[in-house]
Ligand binder design. Structure first.
Ligand code: NAD
Ligand code: ZN
Length: 378
């Protein structure tokens, strides 16, 4: 490629400050260094975790940044020592790494990668290093990814080469939300055939959790959201019952206990709200329920009575649905190509990079499931 080894100037959506619209700017993207790949991003979608950083946590140290961590693209060039990728490969970047060599990667107990812990600073949701500059300033790479940019540089342990037939404007969803929700049900909760489940929050993450519960053979899947516009989609993914907490005067866990003779076997919180996390736990059967926190927040503590766990409930959390990143992304891409998991049904809007603020507004107002943004032509 003519651009290999050179700085690329390209368009990216820069978030200069918290709680402000992002701005399409020309940025400079440095060539990949040892162990890195430079990727032309073809498509990206917006996930609630982008909004969390921009509009909710608003940690000033995490700005300026280029958001976006749910994308797919094509390798433009590779840095020294990279053998796994070649220019032209289709890839999905991911915020979670899999080096396959550290003690975490070698353990079946976790999908964390020890090397990732030195690469991403959780408190500012950015990679330790960045290959971006704009107007003379260093710009963070959100979660080490930054898919709201025509080009980005990713460490080779944070990207997966995918099947050449995969449509990038669909499989971009596998970079975060869909693997997260699906895996939360299948890998973390370990939903059992014939079981009863409740999923709180019916964005893409929650709908993917519904899809995971169904794939695991759940007999009853109760989908919970305060926005009734989400219910029709929930049924497409396998929900058998829908509940709007606003339609009930009693607490939602009592409603669910009444529907299920004491509580569900598995519950999944896919909102990112500590009150809902507690409700989800209390909605699970006191004697054996398993409840999984999927929604993200780092701003509040959760209150809970010890009794709610003592009698037998298990409370868990999940990152990226418990999938080891490379293995999970490759397997889920193949499952989509084999029509074993749905992706198209999550996409409610298709937009251009110039419309990225509209995509953010849609999610803020709960008016989309996933808006897919075309970043560069394939
Ligand atoms: P989204 O905004 O599209 O969906 C959230 C849904 O929750 C909406 O449908 C909204 O109406 C609903 N909701 C809001 N308040 C509610 C309440 N009180 N009760 C029931 N439903 C309520 O978001 P998303 O992209 O699907 O992401 C969901 C969450 O998952 C976010 O917190 C996101 O940051 C998190 N997330 C976590 C991981 C992880 O690895 N753990 C990965 C991706 C996303
Ligand atoms: Zn995400």
């Amino acid at each position: 490629m003519a651009t290999a080894g050179k700085v690329i100037k390209c368009r990216a959506a820069v978030a200069w400050e918290p709680n402000q619209p992002v701005v399409i700017e020309e940025i400079e993207v440095a060539p990949p260094q040892a162990g890195e790949v430079r990727i032309k991003i073809v498509a990206t979608s917006v996930c609630h975790s982008d909004l969390y950083h921009l509009l909710e946590s608003m940690n000033k140290d995490g700005f300026p940044t280029v958001l976006g961590h749910e994308g797919a693209g094509i390798v433009e060039s590779v840095g020294p020592g990279v053998t796994e990728f070649q220019p032209g490969d289709k890839v999905i970047p991911h915020f979670l790494c899999q080096c396959k060599e550290c003690r975490f990667c070698k353990s079946p107990r976790t999908n964390q990668c020890e090397r990732a812990w030195t690469r991403v600073r959780q408190e500012i949701m950015a990679g330790v290093e960045s290959r971006f500059t704009c107007k003379g300033k260093r710009v963070h790479q959100f979660m080490g990814t930054s898919t709201f940019s025509e080009y980005t540089v990713i460490n080779q342990i944070a990207a997966t080469k995918i099947h050449p037939d995969a449509p990038l404007d669909k499989v971009c969803l596998l970079g975060c939300g869909i693997c997260t929700g699906y895996g939360a049900a299948v890998n973390t909760a370990k939903v059992e055939a014939g079981s009863t489940c409740a999923v709180f929050g019916l964005g893409a993450v929650g709908l993917a959790a519904v899809m995971g519960c169904k794939a695991a053979g759940a007999q009853r899947i109760i989908a919970v959201d305060i926005n009734p516009e989400k219910f029709e989609k929930a049924k497409v993914f396998g929900a058998t019952d829908v509940v709007n907490p606003k339609d009930h005067s009693e607490p939602i866990h009592e409603v669910i206990a009444g529907m299920t003779n004491g509580g569900v076997d598995f519950s999944l919180e896919c909102v990112g709200n500590v009150e809902v996390m507690r409700s989800a736990l209390e909605s699970s059967m006191e004697a054996w329920g398993v409840s999984v926190i999927v929604g993200w927040t780092d701003m509040y503590d959760i209150a809970i009575r010890p009794r709610h766990l003592i009698c037998g409930r298990t409370w868990k959390g999940t990152v990226f649905g418990g999938f080891k990143a490379k293995d999970g992304v490759a397997a889920m891409t193949n499952a989509y190509l084999e029509k074993k998991v749905k992706l198209d049904e999550f996409i409610t809007h298709n937009m251009a990079l110039d419309q990225i603020n509209d995509a953010i507004e849609l999610m803020k107002n709960s008016k989309c499931i996933r808006a897919v943004v075309e970043v560069s032509p394939p």
